[in-house]
Design a protein around this ligand. Structure first.
Ligand code: HEC
Length: 165
């Protein structure tokens, strides 16, 4: 039996609502993929030739390598010296340096911050939000690596924080 006009319209309507919803969910999936650190960060030290530092303990040295491999260095600077700007971020329109974090926070606080990530607070509410956030590393760092990174952060001296030019 051929469908009457009403039935055909109903099928067309349900089909197009379905297509729009499917398109929307694909868009959301694509967007979260683009924004995830998994997409941007390919752990490697291939392009970062650097010999081990003899004075570090094995855990500190593993943490130093992980700091390079996981690209913490791109945002927080070599040896946690900072120097990367992040417009309208508190403090100072910069991504924070990591010198001194080991004494400012307990190891558990640091773990929490690194695992969960955060969005910087804007300096001025009327200006656009700071473009760069701290990614959450929950799925990317084993407990061992996180402990190593934290012991490495403890070796960084407090001085030599790069100021905004
Ligand atoms: C894409 C850039 C980016 C990368 C990569 C990144 N961070 Fe961050 N990180 C930030 C930003 C931005 C903040 C400031 C967040 C805020 O103000 O809430 C931050 C904050 C922090 C803080 C807190 C500092 C403080 O003074 O409160 C720690 C600790 C930290 N990051 C460690 C790390 C470690 C370890 C890695 C590598 C595993 C890493 N970050 C990788 C951007 C990054």
């Amino acid at each position: 039996m051929p469908m009457d006009r009403g039935a055909r319209r109903l099928v067309a309507l349900v089909g197009s609502v379905g297509a729009v919803l499917l398109g929307f969910y694909c868009f959301l999936g694509y967007r979260s993929y683009l924004w995830s650190p998994l997409w941007v960060i390919h752990p490697t030290t291939a392009d970062l030739p650097d010999p081990p530092i003899a004075s570090l303990t094995p855990s500190q040295e593993r943490g130093r390598r992980a700091y390079l491999e996981m690209r913490c260095v791109l945002c927080h600077g070599p040896q946690g010296r900072g120097g990367v700007s992040n417009a309208n971020a508190d403090p100072g329109g910069m991504i924070p340096a990591l010198r001194g974090v080991a004494s400012a926070y307990t190891p558990d606080d640091l773990k929490y911050r690194i695992r969960n990530g955060s969005h910087p607070v804007p300096l001025d509410d009327k200006k656009p939000d700071p473009p760069i956030a701290m990614p959450g590393w929950e799925r990317l760092l084993s407990d061992q690596k996180l402990d190593d990174i934290i012991s490495y952060l403890g070796t960084l001296p407090k001085e030599h924080v790069v100021q905004r030019p």
